[in-house]
Ligand binder design. Sequence first.
Ligand code: NIG
Ligand code: FE
Length: 420
Amino acid sequence: MKIIHNISQCVSMAGGPRRGKAMAEAGIITQAAVLIDGESIQEVGPSEELLHKHPLAERIDAGNKAVVPGFVDPHTHLIWAGDRSNEFEMRLQGRTYMEIMAAGGGILATLTATRKASLEELVAQSLERALRAFSYGTTTMEAKTGYGLDLETEFKQLEAILVLNKIGPLEVVPTYMGAHAIPQEYKGDTAGYTNWLSEVGLPETKNWWLQHAGGQPLPFVDVFCEKGVFEIKETRQILERSLELGFPIKLHADEFENLGGASLAADLGAVSADHLVKTSMEDIQRLGESETVAVSLPGTPFGLGQTEYTPARAIIEAGGYLALATDLNPGTTWNESMQFIQALSCRYLKLTPAEALTGSTINSAKAILRDQVIGSIEPGKQADLLILATDDYRNLSYRYGTNLVSIVVKKGILYPNRDV
Ligand code: NIG
Ligand code: FE
């Protein structure tokens, strides 16, 4: 047993995911302590009282600093090889992201590098990013495939996720994204590739997972629903087939154009609809009435130098569940820090620091179906939490560009950050 005591603010997020206005309720306990037994949280309460009750527990003095749940990043493309800083320069000179993609760059450039990389190289490059995210407070991260598109490379990406989980300490939650782009082999034949996904890609992925993942739940399936990639008809076909096979589903919707993807996600009972920049009022209403979590990725417009962001206040007003994610990827936003995402959200999504933290913890846990296990500091939950370098959690959103996490606690084990 260990007890983290002398906590200025324990931002507990107790009581489950929050929708609409309830996102502002962070469940703050001042002068608090957290009792940890093995991998789980046993008790949360006033510091003096808990110290008195548990005199034999190992004591960890938080130094009157704030403690928050470990960040959950519910949308990343963590598993890739290579680097596309050349495209960043092309965009600065006026080319658009979709133009570069149509000319064979973009996702397809990363695809070539990822197909070439060995499993060991892919793991080594992804691990570097995983550990950076961890030191910045992300204790669980979703990660998508989608940089292989052929079976062999997609399975190599899934294998990399399994290996990263064995290495730890970051937990990685898998998503199969065979529908991330149209591979060169099917150029001009979106219908053909969509049929291949339905008939081969999805069922084969399910078989592979059942044989290799030792009983872990099936990955999510995600589709890049966008003009010129997978439009509504193909997206629906892939998602319905996924549901038939028992995969939980997610969707990239409204990143560049509005096709109605968010409403489709809500209609099909998707776990989340992500990006949501060009989302219409009709789509927002549908999300607001549904259990589908709206995931905003403000690092993406920021990374692309764009000025339009998710209409987050309208989503909250409509009663929706809003979560935040990095979208960590080599093309639009190479950023591992959920702290930076909170800072962006307060400025451009007009969230309060409490709402931004809700979106980075308990609501983002719901966006990957893990809200029963992680995302809050309350008895029975996994002991994933962060001891900050500040006594006021609002600095997570206010200050930016530096790391305010001094100790990451993952499954009850302490990982101190040097220099913080
Ligand atoms: O979420 N939009 C599709 N996928 C990523 C970008 C992937 C890439 O450019 O490599 C995104 O922004
Ligand atoms: Fe993405």
